[in-house]
Structures are given as C-alpha cells and as structure tokens.
Design a protein around this ligand. Structure first.
Ligand code: ZN
Length: 238
C-alpha cells in the first residue's frame, strides 16, 4: 500500500463560494477521492489550520508520498513543519507539489532557487507530454487541453530538473515546463503546474492520471527509506 497524505492550505474553498462550488470537499478532498479509488493507495488529508499544520512527526513517518497544494498562505506554514517535511523528503518520502506549491517554503527549501515565474489569470493551456516512456506519462495522451487555466510562463527559476515530462503551451503564447522531476537526498519530487483553484482542473481525467502516476513514481520501497548516513566510513582495504 502506498500511504499518501494530501496537504492543502484550504483557504480559497472556505472564503470564496465560487471555489467551494468546484471543490465542495476542498481541493484535498477531491484529490483524496480520486486517489482513493486505487486499490494500491491509501489516503489521508491534512490542512494548514490543524495543529502542527496537520503534519506532525507521526503523520510524516507514516507517509510514503506527500501531496502539497498551497497558494495564499505559504508564510503561515510553520518553519518547524517545513523542516520536518524537508527531513522526511531527504530520507525518502516522495513529494508531489502542485500548481502554486512552487512558491511554498517546502519547495524553496528543497530546491534553493526563487522558483519565480510569469503568471496571468484566465488563459487556456495545452499540455504536451514530451516523455511518453516515463512512468508518470503512462496512459497520458500526447497532448490534452485545459480550456481554462492560469498561465504560468518561462522563465521558471528552478534548478535544472532531472527530467522534464510535460510542457504547457498557453493561448497567450507563453510556454512552461509544466511537469518536472527532482531528487533531493533519497526523495523523489514531482512538480506539476495545472491546478488553479478557480477552474475544475483536478476533475480532469488526464490530470488525475498524471497525479496518480506521480504518486506511484515518487513512492520508493520501504527498504530504501531511512536516514541519510552522515558519518564518514572507514577506508576500504585494498
Ligand atoms: Zn493559481
């Protein structure tokens, strides 16, 4: 079983009726629902307002893959939470960072750059799959359309990714590295751009397939998990 925790700051859905209409159970509830349809995945959710932001040590210890959605309250995530998540990623917990999670303290800490990008509301996106042999692209068409999505455009200030899987093209002409992977310590990180809260992006079947594939890819076996060794080894003989 892959143990997934879906984290959401859960503010837009409470404060904006038009967002609540799209996600009555919250974005985390929508993602948990479609992931939970898979027999190999078990899901829990956590939100910003919970004690320790819903991510105390015992939750992270029992999480194989953490999904992160945050937008307007990155600064309200406690530094202790960020450091716990950072430590767990380095020791093998997978991270799937969605949409505006690019500016989360968790992602900035893991990747070390500004993660700045261009953006504009109310565009249309065509997502191109440019790595069809990658596990995250399994069952994903060569391209698909998101009729309404926020434009995220290059330059995207990230370190050079391990792999670039998806490119987004927007009707305003911009392009974006919409799906990229990184490795930090033992942890696998998948960043996926679609998911602005005002549009029903997480109801899209291709988006759901990509996130589900991302979860399976980011989960490494229990046997590989554990603290990164820091002690210096004895020199080898011969
Ligand atoms: Zn957005």
């Amino acid at each position: 079983m892959i143990r997934v925790t879906v984290w959401n700051e859960y503010l837009h859905e409470i404060n904006q009726p038009e967002v609540a209409a799209i996600y009555p159970e919250g974005i985390h509830g929508c993602i948990a629902e479609f992931l939970g349809r898979n027999e190999d995945i078990t899901v829990r959710t956590a939100t910003l307002s919970m004690p320790q932001n819903g991510l105390p040590e015992e939750v992270l210890e029992n999480t194989d893959v953490l999904i992160w959605w945050g937008h307007m309250a990155h600064d309200r995530v406690e530094d202790e939470t960020v450091m716990r998540v950072h430590r767990h990623v380095l020791s093998g917990m997978g991270l799937v960072a969605l949409h505006s999670a690019h500016h989360s303290k968790v992602m900035k800490t893991l990747l070390g750059t500004t993660l700045n990008l261009k953006w504009r509301h109310g565009d249309r996106e065509r997502v191109w799959c440019i790595a069809p042999a990658h596990p995250i692209a399994k069952g994903v068409p060569q391209q698909f359309l998101l009729p309404c999505e926020e434009m995220y455009g290059e330059p995207f200030d990230i370190p050079t990714p391990d792999e670039t899987l998806f490119l987004g093209w927007f009707s305003g002409g911009e392009v974006f590295r919409s799906g990229v992977t990184f490795t930090r310590g033992k942890g696998r990180i998948f960043y996926f751009q679609p998911g602005h809260e005002e549009y029903p992006i997480y109801h899209d079947e291709n988006v759901q397939r990509i996130i589900t594939n991302g979860v399976r890819w980011a989960c490494i076996s229990d046997i590989s998990r554990g603290e990164i060794p820091v002690e210096n080894p004895e020199p080898l003989e011969g």
